[in-house]
Unconditional design. Structure first.
Length: 424
C-alpha cells in the first residue's frame, strides 16, 4: 500500500511539472520541432531513451512532433550558425558551453529567462547552481539549461601498470608520483600517455595540474588571456618531459583507444564518454582498467577540466513549446534515468543525489573530478572565443615540446600571441 501511494504521489508530482505550459502547448498544435543532439546520443541505448523522452512529451502534447538528429561537435555549431543566418535554427539543440556566446551573437539562442522563472520553484532548484549561473551573463538573461557535464579523469590500464611493476591499488597522489609511473611504463617497453599537446582540452587538463580557473580563460574586459606565464612555463616543461613517453596520438584518436585496449598504453586523460568503449572491451577481451582523479602538483589538488553540454532553444514561433520540451528533458526524473543508463554526470543536482545514481562508480568519480577541475573556457556567454585562440595554444605547446622554444620562451611567446589574437 505504501508503494502504491508513493508511486501515485511521484506520478502526480511529475505530471504537475510536465503540465506547466500546457497553455503554450495548446497553441502549438501540429507543430514539428527539430531536435539536434550529440551523435553518441542518437544511437544505441541512448537513442532509445531519447525516443522514450520524446514519446512521453508528445503524448502529453497532442499535435507536437519531434524529429531527433545526431550531429558531430563541429556539425552542431556550423549548422546552428548557418541556421541563424537562414532562419532554420533547430528548435531545441545541444552544444558546449564554450560556444554559447558565439551562438547568442548570431541570434541562434533565445533568452529563456522569463520562461524558466515561470517553472515551479521546485523544478528550478533542481539544477546545479554554478552550472545554471554559467548560462546567465546578466541577472535577467538565461540562454541555456545545463545538461550533461564532465570532469576529466585518468583512465588507467591496470595490466600495463602491473607489467611495469606498479601497484595499481594506490593511485598517484601528485604529479611527481604520476610522472615517475610514466617513466616506469616507458622503461617496461610500453607507452605512458597520449601526446597531450595536440588538442586544446588535453593541454588544459595538464595546465590544471599546476594552475586553476583564475589563471586560465579570458579577461574579456581588457581583451587579454588570463593564462599565467609562470604557470604555463611549468606546464610546458611537463610536455617536454613527456615527449619520450607518449604515443604520438591525441587523446581523441581512435588509435589511442586501440593502444589502451590492447594493453600498450597506461594512461588516458579524457572525459567519461570513453567509458562505454572500455567497458565493452572489458567484457569482450578482458581489458582491466579503472578511472581515478588526475593528480596535481600537490596532494589534494587535481588536474583536468570541467564543462557542461547545454540545451538551448531557438527564438521564433516555436520557442514556447520548444522550451517546454527542453525543461522536460532536463528535469530530475529524466536526468536520473539518463544518468543511470549512461553513468554520466549531469547538471541536475537533484538527479545526482538520487541514491541509485550516486552509487554508480563512474558518477561518483565524475562528481569529484568536476568539483576539483578547472573550467575549460570560462567565463562563458561573455564574448565569442576568437578562432585563433585555441590554435595558438596548441601551436606553441606543440612547438615547445618539439624543442623550438624553451618552456619559458614558449610561455612568453604564447601569451603575447594570445593577447594579439584577442585584441583583434
Amino acid at each position: 500500500m505504501k508503494t502504491t501511494r508513493a508511486f501515485r504521489a511521484a506520478l502526480t508530482a511529475a505530471t504537475a511539472l510536465i503540465a506547466v505550459g500546457f497553455a503554450g502547448a495548446a497553441m502549438a498544435e501540429d507543430v514539428t520541432l527539430e531536435y539536434w543532439v550529440y551523435s553518441d546520443f542518437a544511437q544505441g541505448d541512448a537513442l532509445a531513451m531519447q525516443q522514450e523522452f520524446i514519446k512521453e512529451f508528445t503524448d502529453a502534447h497532442p499535435g507536437v512532433t519531434i524529429n531527433i538528429s545526431g550531429k558531430g561537435d563541429d556539425d552542431l555549431t556550423a549548422g546552428q550558425v548557418a541556421g541563424a543566418a537562414s532562419g532554420t535554427v533547430p528548435d531545441v539543440y545541444m552544444n558546449a558551453q564554450s560556444v554559447g556566446a558565439q551562438l547568442v551573437d548570431v541570434g541562434a539562442m533565445a533568452n529563456i529567462y522569463s520562461q524558466f522563472m515561470a517553472l515551479p520553484e521546485a523544478q528550478r532548484a533542481q539544477f546545479d547552481k554554478d552550472a545554471l549561473a554559467s548560462c546567465m551573463p546578466k541577472p535577467d538573461e538565461l540562454y541555456c539549461l545545463p545538461y550533461t557535464g564532465f570532469g576529466s579523469m585518468l583512465f588507467r590500464n591496470l595490466t600495463v601498470l602491473e607489467k611495469a611493476g606498479i601497484d595499481p591499488a594506490t593511485p598517484p597522489a601528485t604529479w611527481a608520483e604520476w610522472y615517475d609511473q610514466m617513466q616506469k611504463v616507458k622503461a617496461a617497453g610500453m607507452y605512458a600517455i597520449p601526446d597531450e599537446t595536440l588538442v586544446f582540452n588535453s593541454i588544459a587538463e595538464i595546465y590544471a595540474t599546476t594552475g586553476n580557473t583564475e589563471t586560465w580563460g579570458f579577461d574579456w574586459a581588457n581583451r587579454k588571456t588570463r593564462i599565467d606565464e609562470a604557470t604555463m612555463s611549468t606546464v610546458l616543461q611537463k610536455f617536454v618531459d613527456m615527449v619520450p613517453l607518449n604515443t604520438g596520438t591525441s587523446r581523441n584518436d581512435q588509435a589511442t583507444k586501440d593502444l589502451f585496449i590492447s594493453n600498450q598504453l597506461a594512461f588516458h586523460t579524457i572525459g567519461p564518454w570513453v567509458n562505454p568503449t572500455y567497458d565493452e572491451a572489458a567484457k569482450a577481451s578482458g581489458l582491466k582498467y579503472d578511472f581515478v582523479l588526475i593528480p596535481g602538483d600537490t596532494a589534494g589538488k587535481t588536474g583536468g577540466i570541467r564543462s557542461y553540454e547545454i540545451v538551448a532553444v531557438a527564438p521564433g514561433k516555436n520557442q514556447e513549446i520548444a522550451f517546454q520540451f527542453a525543461a522536460f528533458i532536463t528535469e530530475k526524473a529524466q536526468m536520473a534515468r539518463w544518468a543511470k543508463l549512461l553513468a554520466r554526470y549531469n547538471a541536475n543536482a537533484a538527479a545526482m543525489a538520487d541514491p541509485e545514481v550516486s552509487a554508480l562508480p563512474l558518477i561518483k568519480v565524475s562528481v569529484d573530478a568536476a568539483h576539483g577541475a578547472m573550467e575549460v573556457a570560462a567565463p562563458y556567454f561573455v564574448g565569442s572565443i576568437p578562432s585563433c585562440y585555441n590554435s595558438t595554444v596548441i601551436d606553441y605547446a606543440s612547438a615547445t615540446a618539439d624543442g623550438d622554444y624553451t618552456p619559458a620562451e614558449g610561455a612568453k611567446e604564447m601569451i603575447a600571441a594570445l593577447n594579439e589574437c584577442m585584441a583583434q
